[in-house]
Design a protein around this ligand. Sequence first.
Ligand SMILES: [Zn+2]
Length: 142
Amino acid sequence: MDAAVIFIKKCYTICSMFISDEEFQVLIGQVMDELPSKYMTRLNNVAITYADQPTDIQREKLRLRGNQTLFGLYEGIPLTARGAGYTLVLPDKITLFKLPLLAASADHDALRKQVKHTLWHEIAHHFGLDHDRIHELERGAG
Ligand SMILES: [Zn+2]
């Protein structure tokens, strides 16, 4: 049994709810509509997707240990780092990790908030913000 299977089994016992992939996709769409359009319209060459949880390769890159996991991940070249050489480049990728998000949410409302918070955090990385600046903004936004 690999790590992914173990986590899924664990999630069925520790998650207080479960939603289908279709419902999760709908939720992501709703959350995207709620984020400020002045930022959403400036997204450039970025794919927003989801997965059950980080892959082994992603875990390794981020040096996640044991039970550590992630709600979301931004991979790519931030807008602020793109120069004249930025052509024919694969899109940035933002991945939301469904099972960790579910495991951390008591109900649908909490899940929605956590997805929104996570997506916003990863979008901030796309705009080239570092963690200090993101946390500053998050505090400001309450
Ligand atoms: Zn981050």
